[in-house]
Design a protein around this ligand. Structure first.
Ligand code: NDP
Ligand code: PYC
Length: 330
């Protein structure tokens, strides 16, 4: 399918299941961007979950997020229980305005449901000439280093650096060794995972995604170091924002298969104010030095190359059938 076909199918399905134009457009765009970037775990694969959350009434498909300025540098955005891409459309321009004047600003999003990749929000911040950081928690599926039971979500963290005249430099990663979506896709497609991705229900290492999903756990990336970053994400996206930790999100969730209610923490920093004149040349020299090293590629490069190629995306046929069956809501 091409990106337009993916967008159209996603939007039709969301609209048929209770989203209005604004909400369906925001989520369909996030879904089609993920496919275009080659991130199938957060593209059409998420539509059945989005639809389940609309059908159960957990998520408001007609959300109208509301912003409140808590200080010149802190904006709280109540997501009206909608999907996060809708809240981001409202919140990011406000965050950018505040960071442009104050130098740094925080957007604290509450009452939203995040089921998407995070680079769209950090890249959008970078397009304003600001450095952006974003993170969100989920539901427990990752064991803190040393434990065998879940406490953390897959807790993604994304960072983007502005490169005026160029695509921003961006990374966007689960703090688990694997995003849960990739584990589910590996199980669906009969693939093994590398050792270190997770444990089975008895706490033994396993390469079988089914064992991880059936009562096992994922592990943080990089042992105790990734575990510390996953912990930080819980504290920023839940503790700092004033929303649910992953374990609280799971307790409150109706288990419909869609994303739980949670928060997102976003930080924008203005290099023009913080570093001052010459910041861009200084940083471009560093990036050029890194790019010239043998064996490396910049994070985000694969995504941006996929985006530019705008090639056809391979979508699982059973998934397309499933989504088509959801076009006619009961
Ligand atoms: P990956 O492990 O595929 O990639 C993580 C980052 O590392 C990317 O920025 C990637 O860039 C970069 N990278 C990969 N290989 C290299 C390399 N050889 N050299 C330099 N950089 C490299 O991502 P994940 O599987 O961890 O996450 C996938 C998506 O899942 C993310 O978009 C994340 O936001 C989303 N997610 C969302 C959750 C939610 O709650 N909403 C929960 C968990 C994950 P590139 O993209 O260019 O390959
Ligand atoms: O892939 O881990 C994941 C994930 C959780 C919520 C959205 N994506």
């Amino acid at each position: 399918m091409n990106i337009d076909e993916i967008h159209r199918l996603a939007k039709e399905c969301l609209t048929a299941n209770g989203c209005d134009e604004v909400n369906a457009e925001a989520v369909a765009t996030a879904v089609s961007w993920a496919e275009g970037d080659g991130c199938s775990s957060h593209g059409l694969f998420r539509i059945p979950g989005y639809v389940a959350a609309l059908k159960s009434g957990k998520v408001n498909g007609k959300s109208r997020p509301q912003a409140t300025n808590l200080s010149p540098a802190v904006i709280r955005l109540h997501g009206d229980n909608g999907f996060t891409p809708v809240a981001l459309q409202v919140g990011i321009p406000l965050l950018a305005d505040a960071a442009k004047t104050v130098g740094v600003a925080v957007l604290a999003i509450t009452h939203t449901h995040h089921f998407a990749a995070l680079w769209p929000e950090t890249e959008a911040i970078a397009e304003y000439g600001l450095a952006g950081l974003a993170c969100t928690a989920y539901m427990p599926c990752v064991a803190p280093a040393g434990a065998k039971k879940p406490l953390f979500g897959t807790n993604p963290l994304s960072f983007a650096w502005p490169r005026p005249g160029n695509t921003p430099l961006v990374f966007d990663m689960a703090t688990a060794a694997r995003a849960k979506g990739d584990v589910q896709i590996a199980a669906r497609d009969g693939h093994k995972l590398p050792l270190g991705a997770g444990l089975d229900a008895d706490g033994n290492d396993t390469t079988d995604p089914n064992q991880i999903l059936a009562g096992g756990v994922l592990l943080p990336f990089g042992g105790y170091k990734g575990s510390a970053i996953a912990l930080m994400v819980e504290l920023l996206a839940a503790g700092m924002v004033g929303e649910r930790f992953s374990y609280e999100a799971e307790q409150a969730d109706n288990k419909d298969g869609g994303p739980p209610r949670g928060g997102e923490f976003l930080l924008a920093m203005n290099p023009e104010i913080i570093a001052g004149e010459g910041w861009q040349e200084h940083n471009e020299a560093f990036i050029a030095r890194m790019s010239a090293m043998e064996g490396i590629r910049l994070p985000g490069q694969r995504r941006h190359a996929n985006r530019k190629a705008a090639a056809l995306c391979h979508i699982n046929a059973a998934l397309v059938d499933k989504i088509k069956s959801l076009l006619h809501s009961e």
